[in-house]
Design a protein around this ligand. Sequence first.
Ligand code: GLU
Length: 291
Amino acid sequence: MDKGDCKKVEQKSFHFNKKKRVIVKIGSSSLNYEETGCLNFTKLEHLVRELCNLRNRGMDVCLVSSGAIAVGRQSLGLSGPPKNISTKQACAAVGQARLMMIYQKLFAEYNQVAGQVLMTKNTMVNPVSRENARNTFEEMFRLGAIPIVNEHDTVSTYEMQFGDNDTLSAIVTSLTGADLLILLSDIDGLFTDDPRKNPDAKLIEVVEKMDSSLYEMAKSSTGSDVGTGGMATKLTAAKIATLSGADMIIANGKDVCILHHIFDDSFKGTIFQSEKRESFRIEDFILESIG
Ligand code: GLU
């Protein structure tokens, strides 16, 4: 990989290399070529290598990967993003299986075992399913396997949808008691204004406390036609992750080598610092805030 592509900005040390359990989320827009909507295999390979390295550092690692619908749409030869729910679900059925086939192959090349975990809102709202999901994650980590998570798009109808994987990855962070969530996005982090429209917009490097002014800054569009999460969903994710006791980072997934720069405390992005609240219950938050 061309090292020149990795823009480094020195930051004060957060010792992310001391983290024990890390959830990494990558969106469809970071996995696909913008021009064609096809998968970028080089990037997928680099991502998997970075994640295997985190395992080798001794961390529990979980990947929340979008891309099922985008991969399925390509496989089925659809020209644009599917509009109706059943077409999206059919795309997800085809695409999720293909995506896992690729991940399985790549993780196996680095002698790591990956497994698929698909979730709906029901998994979290139903106490028995939630406990089962928690136990499955725990057991996978104990066995050294890497869970690859996505929403169970083929069965999740509107009422049962999380809708975006930013929120889902924060829910997984909370459920598994992870201490770090990294959102690899198509933007460098949270800015004071939309950097695509305002050249004076400044990157916010550290958020110690989430307050209402942050929500004013968040713009709700990523400008991409393959993903779903905008900055508003990232702030919801940050709220869930930080109240659950994890730090959260938004960083640009354009070059996935940013992952090892994060663990060397030398990267550009936004860090949301943990504000653990003992009374925080993820199931209550889902019912009250996600509807
Ligand atoms: N679950 C959807 C998929 O895999 C993506 C959701 C998202 O982009 O946040 O295609």
